[in-house]
Design a protein around this ligand. Sequence first.
Ligand SMILES: [Zn+2]
Length: 272
Amino acid sequence: MGKLLPSGCRARLPGAILEGGDGVPKLTTQLDEIPVARRLTPSVPQQQRHGLSGLLTLLMLLAGGIVVGMVLFLRPAQDMSTLPDPLTEPMPQPEADGRLLGHFPYPVAHGADLVEVIPGRRLHRDAATAFLAMQRDAAEAGVQLRLLSAFRDRETQHNLFFPIMVERDQQPEERARVSAPPGYSEHHTGYALDLGDVRHPKLDLDEAFDQSAAFAWLQQHASRYHFRMSFPVDNGQGVAYEPWHWRWEGSSHALELFEQARRFNAATLTIH
Ligand SMILES: [Zn+2]
């Protein structure tokens, strides 16, 4: 990226000079408007001409610089998901079954399939309908479910995984125990969500959430709405116990996406 700057600047220099040259006739017109008596003093217009010409060139270079700067600034934001990240270098290769550090790969949901359940929280429309029905019925039973996290794109997952890994000075294996690498999160599908108990916000995203009334209600009723806890205690994937994380398996599409994980965990649970 740094290599682009000099060549970009060089490419714009001839343009700036040409445009600076175009400014000269305008200066001549301005010169015609100066009274004859003043025109007789040659040094003043000469200085003005040089001064204005220099100013114009400077402005052109400045404008060119801004354009180059904007191009360089915008480009990484657009290409971020496709650019290789230096931090992914030490990442191990996926297993033969596609798992990376215990997590299965998942496609990112199409934007058109996502609906906003609450501001900033989107789910696949089918999962959203099921969640809202479940939330309403839970409320009637005196339990208030809070939607803490829903759909996440690759970039969001990237920013959850790597910066925290670096900050905590962790190896990818350690980080993956509690968070999926980008491309491997169930949240990409729009069918997974993290739930909290409105009455016990301190238990949000904590193992102790399983002591809440919300969790007790979910354990008893969530399957009626086709929600399943993805990472129970000692799950075969080796992911940390996440009583707050549930995925929706109520359509053939969702079932298909999670089939591999479901089969894998069923097989490993019987081994245990
Ligand atoms: Zn989650």
